[in-house]
Design a protein around this ligand. Structure first.
Ligand SMILES: [Mg+2]
Length: 148
């Protein structure tokens, strides 16, 4: 099962100082090699500059603005042309809608942060079993529309 995996930016892959969370690039590479597609979205706009700055462009299929409320209706409003199968965010509401992982916020640069490895193993488990019992995993509450 190939997933459209949507990553938030601030405090999910980037710290306050703009540094990249440890193992983000390696995790993106693993996910792409597993056949998944990675999308970057942010509530504050199109983060093309940050994706380029951190040399993530080759792993990222699309960059979008993230709805900050009314998430399902917001997809069309924000011109997101596909359904987010799996969302990684430090903000719980959007994870509860589409399903995915509520990640510990990454505020300050920390070389010992291991959340990207956790994210990869939860996604792998989700692909194999359709769920995960691990901390942070949230099942989707929104119904995927037919044909999406
Ligand atoms: Mg965030």
């Amino acid at each position: 099962m190939a997933l459209n995996v949507f990553f938030d930016v601030d405090y999910t892959i980037l710290a306050v100082d703009g540094s990249l969370r440890p193992r983000t690039r390696e995790t993106f590479e693993l996910l792409v090699n597993d056949g998944h597609s990675i999308y970057i979205w942010s509530g504050v706009g199109l983060r093309k500059w940050e994706v380029k700055k951190h040399d993530l462009e080759s792993f990222v299929t699309g960059i979008y603005q993230k709805p900050i409320q009314d998430f399902v209706a917001g997809l069309e409003e924000m011109k997101v042309p596909l359904w987010p199968d799996f969302v990684i965010d430090d903000y719980p509401e959007i994870v509860d809608v589409f399903g995915g992982i509520l990640v510990q916020p990454y505020f300050f640069k920390s070389d010992s942060d291991d959340q990207m490895d956790r994210i990869y193993s939860i996604i792998t488990e989700f692909v194999e079993t359709g769920e995960s019992g691990r901390v942070g995993y949230r099942a989707a509450t929104a119904a995927r529309p037919p044909g999406a």
